[in-house]
Design a protein around this ligand. Structure first.
Ligand SMILES: Cc1cc2nc3c(=O)[nH]c(=O)nc-3n(C[C@H](O)[C@H](O)[C@H](O)COP(=O)(O)OP(=O)(O)OC[C@H]3O[C@@H](n4cnc5c(N)ncnc54)[C@H](O)[C@@H]3O)c2cc1C
Length: 401
C-alpha cells in the first residue's frame, strides 16, 4: 500500500482502470481546472478489473440514440488517439478492425427489435444494414441459417480495438500531467455534518484524505464504494465467461462478432483463433472476488452452439477460458453518471453493463466536464444522471450483449 503524498485533494477518483484513468486524463484537459487529483487503485496489476477481461469491441448498433452518439465519438477519438492526446509519439495509433457485429434473429419478435433498432441507428447516421438469410449466406457462407429470419450488421466503426492500449495511454498521460495514482483501497468515507458532502476518505493503509469531490470509478465494486457514503447504487457484479479457441479449418474471411440468439457471441481473434463469450441460465449477483470458471460450459453449451451455427467449428481446440464481471446496472442496463442528489460532491461513473470500454472516451470526458463546470459542454449525458433512478425514469437499452 502507498500513502498519498498530500492529505487533501480537489478530486479523489476511486478506481484507476479504464474509467478512472479516462476521467483523470480528461480532467487534465480542462483548462479551467488545475486542482490536485488522486486516483486510488486497490490492484495496480488490474488483473481482476473488468477492463482486463473483455472482448474489446466497439459497435454502433445500440437501441438508444445517445449510446450510438457515444460510440460515434469513441470511434472518432480512438482512431485519432495520438492527435487527440497532443501528438505525443509515445501514444499508440489505434485502428478499429471493422468486422462488424452480426445480430441474428430467429423469432419474429427478435426480428422486430432489430428493425426498430435499425431505424434508430440509421437516423443517427450509422451504416447498419438488415440482411435476409439469403443475403447473409452470400456474404458469410460459413453460417448455418435454417432458423434465421433476419440479420443486422454494420461494417463501419464496429469491431475490435485495442482497449488496453487506450487505457495505458490515458493512465500514463494523466500521470505525466501530475495526477497521483496510489496503490491503496478506499474503505470508508466521512460525511459533513449536514450529510451533503463527503469530506474525508479513509484508505486501507489507515491514511485519511480530505476531498473536494469524489468520483466512483470502481467498476463491479461500485455499490460498495457508494455504500461508504450511505448511497444505494443498483450495480452488481455479474459473471460473464470468455473462451479462446483455435479452429482446425479457420474461416476464409473475418468472422463478425456474431450475436447468436442462444446468448453466445463469437468473434474473429486473428491467426485462426476466435473468442466466444456469454453466460447461460440464471444470472445472479456474485461476490466481486468470485472469478471461478465453470469449466463444464465449454463442452456442454459453447462448443455445441458454435458447431451448429458454424459447422466448420466442429473441430476446434480450446486454448483459454476465464470469468470476468459486468458491472450491471440492474435497473436499466445503462451508465449511471453525474452527482448524487443528496451527497452533492459524490459523482458516479458506473453501471456500464458490459459496454464500458467503448464508452470510456465520452464518459471520461463527460465526467470531467460535469465535475469542473457543473454541466456537460460537449455531448449532453444528463439522461444518464443518477437522479433518473429515484425518479423512476429508466433508459432501456435493448442491445445489451
Ligand atoms: C467478459 C467481458 C467482455 C466485455 N466486452 C466489452 C466489449 O467488447 N466492449 C465494451 O465496450 N465493453 C466490454 N466490457 C465492459 C468493460 O470491460 C467495462 O465496462 C469497463 O472495463 C469498465 O471499466 P471500469 O474502469 O468502470 O471498471 P473496472 O475495469 O472493473 O475497474 C474498476 C477498478 O476499481 C478498482 N477498485 C474497486 N474498488 C476500489 C476501492 N474501494 N478502492 C480502490 N480501488 C478500487 C478495481 O481494483 C478496478 O481496478 C466487457 C466486460 C466483460 C467482463
Amino acid at each position: 500500500m502507498q500513502a498519498p503524498r498530500h492529505d487533501s485533494y480537489d478530486i479523489v477518483i476511486i478506481g484507476g482502470a479504464i474509467m478512472g484513468s479516462a476521467a483523470a486524463w480528461f480532467l487534465t484537459e480542462e483548462s479551467d481546472f488545475d486542482g490536485r487529483i488522486l486516483v486510488v487503485e486497490r490492484d495496480p496489476s488490474y488483473a481482476l478489473s473488468s477492463t482486463a477481461h473483455t472482448t474489446s469491441c466497439i459497435r454502433q448498433q445500440f437501441s438508444t440514440e445517445l449510446n450510438i452518439r457515444i460510440s460515434q465519438f469513441a470511434a472518432e477519438y480512438i482512431t485519432n488517439l495520438r492527435d487527440r492526446m497532443g501528438g505525443d509519439r509515445d501514444v499508440p495509433e489505434i485502428r478499429i478492425r471493422n468486422f462488424g457485429y452480426m445480430y441474428l434473429a430467429n423469432t419474429p419478435a427478435l426480428a422486430e427489435t432489430l428493425r426498430a433498432s435499425f431505424e434508430v441507428q440509421r437516423a443517427a447516421g450509422a451504416a447498419t444494414r438488415l440482411m435476409t438469410a439469403d443475403e447473409i449466406a452470400q456474404d458469410y457462407p460459413f453460417y448455418a441459417l435454417d432458423d434465421v429470419l433476419l440479420g443486422s450488421i454494420n461494417l463501419v466503426n464496429e469491431g475490435y480495438f485495442d482497449a488496453g492500449a487506450l487505457f495505458d495511454a490515458w493512465r500514463k498521460g494523466a500521470k505525466a500531467r501530475g495526477v497521483e495514482f496510489v496503490h491503496n483501497e478506499a474503505v470508508a468515507m466521512r460525511l459533513g455534518e449536514d450529510g451533503r458532502k463527503v469530506v474525508e476518505i479513509t484508505l486501507a493503509s489507515g491514511n485519511q484524505v480530505a476531498c473536494g469531490q469524489v468520483l466512483n470509478a470502481s467498476g463491479p465494486r461500485a455499490a460498495r464504494t457508494a455504500a461508504m457514503a450511505g448511497i444505494m447504487l443498483p450495480v452488481e457484479p455479474r459473471k460473464r465467461y470468455s473462451w479462446i479457441f483455435r479452429a482446425a479449418q479457420p474461416l476464409d474471411r473475418d468472422l463478425p462478432l456474431t450475436i447468436d440468439p442462444s446468448g453466445l457471441h463469437v468473434r474473429e481473434n486473428g491467426g485462426g483463433t476466435y473468442q466466444a463469450g456469454g453466460h447461460f441460465g440464471p444470472d445472479p449477483a456474485v461476490e466481486p472476488d468470485d472469478f471461478n470458471m465453470d469449466h463444464s460450459l465449454w463442452e456442454d453449451m459453447v462448443w455445441p452452439i458454435l458447431a451448429s451455427r458454424i459447422p466448420q467449428f466442429e473441430t476446434v481446440k480450446l486454448q483459454a477460458e476465464w470469468a470476468g464481471h459486468y458491472a450491471m446496472n440492474t435497473v436499466d442496463h445503462n451508465a449511471i453518471l453525474g452527482p448524487h442528489d443528496v451527497v452533492e460532491n459524490f459523482f458516479f461513473l458506473n453501471g456500464f453493463s458490459g459496454h464500458g470500454l467503448q464508452q470510456a472516451p465520452a464518459m471520461g470526458r463527460g465526467a470531467a466536464e460535469r465535475m469542473v463546470h457543473g454541466q456537460y459542454r460537449t455531448l449532453d449525458l444528463s439522461a444518464f444522471d443518477y437522479a433518473r433512478l429515484p425518479r423512476g425514469r429508466p433508459i432501456r437499452e435493448l442491445a445489451v450483449i
